[in-house]
Write a protein that binds this ligand. Structure first.
Ligand code: ADP
Length: 267
């Protein structure tokens, strides 16, 4: 079986990296946004596309809620200008959804809208485009993987071994011979909590070992174990990017992750 490749439709983008998870709420969007911040901080021209139709949180994280993208017509085609924040180009499916209403697109309609918004965005010259995928392995992801040349996937999971079943399906999908997107590695998020007053202690609130188990099983790297960071939720909700940029622990972990990206997939 062979699939049409439409990479030529995104000629301004050198590398496309997807961030995926088995289920929602594991920190996929948080990890996607931080990968983008870290790449931009290293001087790469960076963009993020939030394709998480079921819970587009990138506008909130970037403080872009309510942003209405400007639309222009070029050669009879409508084109969309992305938002720009801290030097990162941002496009989200959330810019086109009413936050009061859940996404009404399903199956093929959702896939074709997601692809259309991605291809119709007027991206500037970009080294790395990060795609924040919806959780799971549904049609939407399959369509994106089949129709675009994706350079690599990062898998986000929590340490809980019980939740591995879903995420394993996701990794298997990327590794399937007809999809064949290289898995760059696993990021375990919410690995433990260390209270500020007791920096030597680790509390494993969501279990232990899930990220390593997954990485070993699929012969890929465990790129980072990111602890629970006090105040991260609040900062994300406020679109306060300063926390991401000033938290040393986050910075170190994301430096490691983006080193792996740029080493494996140089631009
Ligand atoms: P997903 O995209 O997988 O649904 P999100 O990135 O939206 O998950 O994260 C879910 C919630 O958990 C958000 O409120 C986010 O701020 C919070 N969160 C994610 N990672 C961490 C972390 N390492 N420490 C603290 N809170 C986190």
């Amino acid at each position: 079986m062979s699939f049409p490749k439409e990479k030529d439709k995104l000629p301004e983008i050198k590398r496309i990296i997807t961030v995926a998870s088995g289920k929602g709420g594991v920190g996929k969007s948080t990890v996607s946004a931080n990968i983008a911040f870290s790449l931009a901080a290293k001087g790469f021209k960076t963009a993020i596309y939030d394709a998480d139709i079921y819970g587009p949180s990138v506008p909130i994280i970037f403080g872009l809620e309510g942003f209405q993208p400007e639309i222009t017509v070029m050669n009879e085609d409508e084109k969309i200008f992305p938002a720009e924040k801290d030097g990162i180009q941002v496009m989200s499916i959330g810019f086109f959804l009413n936050p009061e209403q859940p996404a009404i697109w399903r199956g093929p309609a959702a896939s074709s809208y997601l692809k259309k918004f991605l291809l119709d965005t007027l991206w500037k010259e970009t080294d790395y485009l990060i795609i924040d995928l919806p959780p799971g392995t549904g049609d939407i992801i399959l369509t994106l993987c089949q129709d675009l040349t994706l350079d690599g996937a990062i898998i986000v999971t929590t340490p809980q071994k019980l939740s591995l079943a879903d995420v394993q399906k996701s990794v298997s999908m990327f590794k399937h011979k007809d999809i064949n997107v290289p898995v760059i590695g696993v990021v375990e998020n919410m690995s433990w909590f260390t209270p500020e007053a007791h920096p030597e202690e680790k509390y494993f609130l969501f279990g232990e070992g899930g990220g390593k188990l997954l990485a070993d099983r699929f012969e890929t790297e465990l790129l980072a174990q990111i602890p629970l960071v006090d105040g991260l939720s609040k900062a994300s909700d406020k679109g306060d990017l300063k926390l991401f940029n000033s938290n040393k622990i986050l910075q170190e972990h994301f430096n490691t992750i983006t080193d792996a990206i740029s080493n494996l997939l140089p631009v």
